[in-house]
Each structure stands twice: as C-alpha cells, then as structure tokens.
Design a binder for this molecule. Structure first.
Ligand code: 3HC
Length: 305
C-alpha cells in the first residue's frame, strides 16, 4: 500500500524528551519503523523505559491493545553510539532533536549530507534556529549552494517542530527554509498528520510563530518575579486561573527547560536585534547556576525524581 509521505523508515537523532516523544508517535500512530540514535546509552535506556511506561498506560486506559503496544515497541530499534550516524544511512527521513545549538546542528546536518541517502528528508525539531542556516550546512563540502546539486541537497531540509510532551500536544509547526522544495514540505506535512498532529506553517523567522509569541510571555513573567511585582505562585496562579492556562509561565519555563528557554530567547534577540526579546538577567543567572528546571530537579520550583 502506498503512503503519501513515503517514509518507510524514520531515523530520530536524540533520545531526550523530544526525540523520544517523536519516536513514540511515529511508531505508535504513523506505524513507521524507527531507528533511534543517541550518543548516550543512558539516555536511550531512560527514553525506552519512558516509552514502555507510556505504552503500558495507553493499554491500561483501553486506548490501544497489548498487541498494538508490542508492535509499536517492536518498531523501535536502537542505534547505539558505536554505529554512529552510519547506522541511519538507509532511512527515508531523519528528525534531529538535539539541544538548541547552531554549530551542533550545522555539524550534524553536514554529517547527514555525507552519510545519509541523497533523497532522504532531513528534518530539524529546532525551536527557533534558522532552518535556512541548517539547510545550508546540508550542502556537501566543495559543492556550490547555488548549483543544482547544492539546491537539491539543501532542498530536502525542513523544520518539523513538535511540542512537549509530544504524545499529548496536538501541534506540529512546519517551517520551510528558503531552499526547501514543495515536495519535501508536502511529505513532511503528511508525515506529521500520520503521527496524529495538526499542522500549522510558519516562515523561517527567529522562533517561528510559536516561540516568537511564547518566549516573550515567559520572559515577561520572569521579569515580574525579578522586579518583585508578585510572588512565583501568584504569577503562575494568575495565568492558570485567570486565563485557563494548563501551567503558569514559570512552571512552563521549568517544564521546557531554563537552558532551552534562554537559548531560544538568545536566538530571538540576536536574530531580530529587537530589545523586546532581551532575556531577563534572572533567567541568565539561573542558567549560570545550572538550574535547568524539571530536567535536573531545580528551577523556579524543586522537583523530586
Ligand atoms: N510525556 C508523555 N505524556 C505526558 C507527560 C510527558 N512528559 N506529562 C504528562 N503526560 C500525559 C499524562 O500521562 C496524562 O496522560 P493521560 O491523559 O493518558 O492520563 C496527560 O498528559 C495529562 O497529564 P496529568 O494528568 O498528569 O497532568 P495535567 O493534566 O496537568 O497535564 C500537561 C500535563 C499535558 C503537561 C499540561 O500541564 C500541559 O498541557 N501543559 C502545557 C504544556 C505546553 O505548553 N507545552 C508546550 C511547551 S512549548 C514547546 O514544547 C515548544 C518548544 O520549542 C519550547
């Protein structure tokens, strides 16, 4: 049976909270075999254990059968550190979900261009970094970005921005680089739909639509705390009960990760040169203190394992 996105095998790079979630919905909902790669065996073990828990919960709640869960888990294969990106060489699409660093993503997309099939779609789950810059990094060394080969290589790069927690959040934001071809966009969109997501599209501007709106909101809440306008709990309760947000902005910042929030805000600030995006000093200091939020137990709140 032909499938509109044509993805018979997906690679996911990064088994953190986003990568694991992407592997989960791809395998359970789109029913696509997934090769999950991470440099850290501990991260992979943690991710797989979370996946087992999520599948068991869906079975317990009667949403899927035990066989569905077994099949979904069976579709996920780990590609360990020893195999490197070579282990993903036969995938039809890869989704990169590593931390928010342009040099890191540029190096990864350079390696994708060298190691993966020339027709594979190369997607980034970046929250804010320019997809156009990432696409340029996918042009093989020695090839002109303006040549047919250069345009073809960069044209298969796309932004596929999932939201945390991926199994729960219904949205995927699709971002086209200047170089992305319409075919790449269409296939990436159909893949996100097959994962059970609604898709919105955004131009390749810093933060896209989602984080260009969310991050100033979170930053303003941190500045309220910094200025002593209200307590942490009053800021969060105001937004939760006054506006029906599922989490207050400080709680949400912890949930996303304070280091990630800061990295996104820096991209917004540097990319727009607009002072309205300047990260708050308190956020910078908390990241200096390595208080990253829920992921390491301390942010605006304290978390037990
Ligand atoms: N992974 C998978 N599932 C999770 C989860 C996780 N980390 N955390 C919670 N869930 C599931 C629970 O298992 C539960 O599922 P169920 O309905 O099958 O039982 C469901 O979510 C609801 O969980 P709870 O009942 O425990 O708690 P809540 O009702 O408080 O919901 C929440 C938790 C879904 C996280 C909710 O608080 C929420 O929607 N918060 C806002 C999340 C948000 O805004 N995310 C976007 C962040 S921005 C982003 O990702 C973009 C990036 O670029 C920064």
């Amino acid at each position: 049976m032909s499938i509109p996105h044509g993805i018979r095998t997906l690679g996911v790079l990064g088994a953190g909270q986003m990568g694991l979630g992407i592997a989960f919905v791809s395998s359970l909902r789109a029913k696509v075999p997934v090769l999950l790669h991470d440099r850290s065996p501990e991260q992979i073990a943690k991710g797989l254990s979370l996946m087992d828990k999520l599948l068991a919960k869906d079975v317990a709640k009667g949403r899927i059968t035990a066989d569905d869960a077994k099949d979904a888990r069976g579709r996920v294969t780990v590609v360990g550190p020893e195999a490197g990106l070579q282990g993903l060489r036969d995938v039809d699409m890869v989704v990169e979900a590593v931390s928010e660093s342009l040099p890191l993503k540029q190096s990864i997309f350079g390696s994708f261009a060298a190691e993966l099939r020339p027709d594979a779609i190369l997607a980034s789950n970046t929250s804010s970094i320019s997809i156009t810059k990432i696409a340029t990094a996918a042009v093989p060394k020695g090839v002109s970005p303006a040549s047919e080969e250069g345009k073809k290589s960069a044209g298969r790069v796309v932004g596929l921005h999932f939201f945390n927690p991926v199994p729960v959040m219904k949205l995927v934001e699709l971002i086209s680089a200047l170089q992305t071809t319409p075919e790449t966009l269409d296939r990436a969109r159909s893949f996100a739909v097959a994962c059970g997501k609604e898709v919105t599209t955004s131009k390749d501007v810093p933060g896209f639509v989602s984080n260009a709106l969310l991050m100033p909101f979170i930053n303003e809440a941190i500045m309220c705390l910094e200025k002593g306008t209200a307590t942490r709990d009053d800021i969060d309760t105001t937004l939760k009960l006054g506006m029906n947000h599922p989490m207050g902005p400080l709680q949400l910042a912890d949930f996303i990760g304070l280091d990630t929030c800061l990295a996104i805000q820096q991209t917004l600030y540097e990319g727009t040169r607009d002072s309205k995006y300047r990260p708050s000093v308190l956020l910078e200091r908390m990241v200096d203190a390595q208080w990253y939020g829920r992921k390491n137990g301390k942010g605006f709140y304290e978390y037990k394992e």
